[in-house]
Ligand binder design. Structure first.
Ligand SMILES: *Cc1c(COP(=O)(O)O)cnc(C)c1O
Length: 409
C-alpha cells in the first residue's frame, strides 16, 4: 500500500495537531507480531508495543478476526441495551480474578476516574460524609483528566491546570511509615500502582503493599490498584497484585485489555461495586460491542495459548541477558521490573557528560531498528509484546549493546 512519506506526515502533524506529544520522526504504517514497518519500509523490532497496549503483538490474527466479525454485525448500540460481548467479557475477566463486578470505559484515565468516584461513593454510604481522601504515591501516574491528574503524584503534570479537585494526599512510594501516617479515618481509598510505569519502573515492595492492605482494613478505606500498565499478563501473572499475596478491593485496567483497541475497565468486589446504581456513573462508548469483542479475543488468547507461562519464561531470559549486558556496560546501574515491564537505569549527565542519555539511547536504537522509550532522563523502558521470543530478545539486547557503546563512547 502507498503511504505518505514520513516527512509529509510530519508537516501535516505540525500544521494541524495540537502540540501535545514529543514524537519521534517515524511514521508507522504496518505491524505484525513484534515487528512494525514505517512509511519508507524500514522495519523495527517493537519493544514499546504502543506503550504496553499491543500486548499480543501487532495485528494478532484472533484479535483482528474478532474485530472484523463484530464490525460487520454491530459496532455500537449504547448501554441503554444489553450487550452480549460486554456481559461475556465481564464474566471472563472476573473468572480470572477475585472481583465481583466490572464497569467498562475507554481508557486508563477513565478507569481511574470511575475508581475514585466509586471509592468516594462507597466511603459516603458506609462511613458518612467526612471521608473522601484519596492517598496516592509520589512519582505515580494515573492519567490526565482532572481527577486522575490530581491522583498523579507528579507536580510537573499538574502545574498550570489548577484549581485541582480537593482531597488527595501523596506519600513517597515504598515508604511504609509515610503510608502509616497518611491513611486515617478520613481516607476513602489508597490508589497505587504495583509497579510504577511512567514514574520510571519502580516495583512495589511486597511488605509495602501488604502494609497498605492492613492499613486499609484497619481504617475502613479501600485499596485500589492501578493495573492499567501492569495488567493482562504484563508481569507474568494476569494481574500484578497477584505477586503480593493480597487482594485489593478494586483494580483498574486499560492499555492491553483490548490488544490495541481502546477499552478500560474497573473491577471491584461486590460489596464495593454495589454502591454504583443506575445514573451514578456511565460512559457512552463504554464496553461497546466492538471493544468487548476485541478484548474477549485477547482474554481467550491469553488463556488458551499459555501466554502467562511464556511471559515468565521469556522474562527470565530477558533479565539474564540484561544483567549480562550490565556486566559489560558500566554505565548501566540497575535493571528493574518484573515480567516484560523493564527499566534500564543508566548514569546521568553529571557522571558521563552525556545530555539526556535515555532519550539519546532511544533515538539511536530506533536508527538501528529497535523501538524502546525513555521514561525519565536516565531510564529506558522496555515493554515488548508478551509473545516475544528469545531470538527477538537477543536481537534487541545486541542492538542496545551497540548503542550503549556509541552513546557513552
Ligand atoms: C497509561 C496509564 C494510565 C492512563 O491511561 P490512558 O489510557 O492514557 O488514560 C493510568 N495509569 C497507569 C498506571 C498508566 O500506565
Amino acid at each position: 500500500m502507498e503511504h505518505l512519506r514520513t516527512e509529509e506526515v510530519e508537516i501535516l502533524t505540525k500544521k494541524h495537531l495540537m502540540n501535545t506529544y514529543g514524537r519521534a520522526g517515524i511514521s508507522l504504517t504496518e505491524g505484525s507480531g513484534a515487528r512494525v514497518r514505517d512509511a519508507e519500509g524500514r522495519e523495527y523490532l517493537d519493544f514499546v508495543s504502543g506503550i504496553a497496549v499491543c500486548g499480543l503483538g501487532h495485528c494478532h490474527p484472533r484479535v483482528v478476526a474478532a474485530i472484523r466479525e463484530q464490525a460487520g454485525r454491530l459496532m455500537h448500540c449504547s448501554n441503554l441495551y444489553h450487550i452480549e460481548a460486554q456481559a461475556l467479557l465481564a464474566k471472563m475477566l472476573l473468572e480470572d480474578s477475585p472481583f465481583g463486578k466490572a464497569f467498562f470505559c475507554n481508557s486508563g484515565t477513565e478507569a481511574n476516574e470511575a475508581a475514585i468516584k466509586l471509592a468516594r461513593k462507597y466511603a459516603r454510604v458506609k462511613h458518612g460524609d467526612a471521608r473522601c481522601e484519596i492517598v496516592t504515591a509520589l512519582k505515580s501516574f494515573h492519567g490526565r483528566t482532572l481527577g486522575s491528574l490530581t491522583a498523579t503524584g507528579q507536580p510537573k503534570y499538574q502545574k498550570d491546570f489548577g484549581p485541582l479537585p480537593a482531597g488527595f494526599t501523596y506519600v513517597p512510594f515504598n515508604d511504609i511509615s509515610a503510608m502509616e501516617r497518611a491513611v486515617t479515618e478520613k481516607t476513602a481509598a489508597v490508589l497505587i500502582e504495583p509497579i510504577q510505569g511512567e514514574g520510571g519502573i519502580h516495583v512495589a515492595d511486597e511488605k509495602y503493599i501488604r502494609r497498605a492492605r492492613e492499613l486499609c482494613d484497619e481504617t475502613g478505606a479501600i485499596l485500589i490498584m492501578d493495573e492499567v500498565q501492569t495488567g493482562m499478563g504484563r508481569t507474568g501473572k494476569m494481574f500484578a497484585f497477584q505477586h503480593f499475596g493480597i487482594v485489593p478491593d478494586a483494580i483498574t485496567l486499560a492499555k492491553s485489555l483490548g490488544g490495541g483497541f481502546p477499552i478500560g475497565a474497573l473491577l471491584a468486589k461486590d460489596e464495593v461495586a454495589e454502591v454504583f446504581t443506575p445514573g451514578t456513573h456511565a460512559a457512552t462508548f463504554g464496553g461497546n460491542p466492538l471493544a468487548c469483542a476485541a478484548s474477549l479475543a485477547v482474554l481467550k488468547t491469553i488463556r488458551e495459548e499459555g501466554i502467562l507461562d511464556h511471559v515468565v519464561a521469556v522474562s527470565r531470559f530477558l533479565f539474564k541477558m540484561l544483567e549480562e549486558l550490565k556486566g559489560r556496560c558500566p554505565q548501566i546501574t540497575e535493571i528493574r521490573g518484573r515480567g516484560l515491564m523493564v527499566g534500564i537505569e543508566v548514569l546521568g549527565r553529571s557522571d558521563t557528560g552525556v545530555e539526556d542519555p535515555a532519550k539519546l539511547i532511544c533515538l539511536q536504537c530506533a536508527r538501528e531498528g529497535l523501538l524502546v522509550n525513555a521514561v525519565t532522563d536516565t531510564t529506558v523502558r522496555l515493554l515488548p509484546p508478551l509473545i516475544i521470543g528469545e531470538a527477538e530478545v537477543r536481537e534487541a539486547v545486541d542492538i542496545m549493546e551497540r548503542v550503549m557503546t556509541t552513546v557513552f563512547g
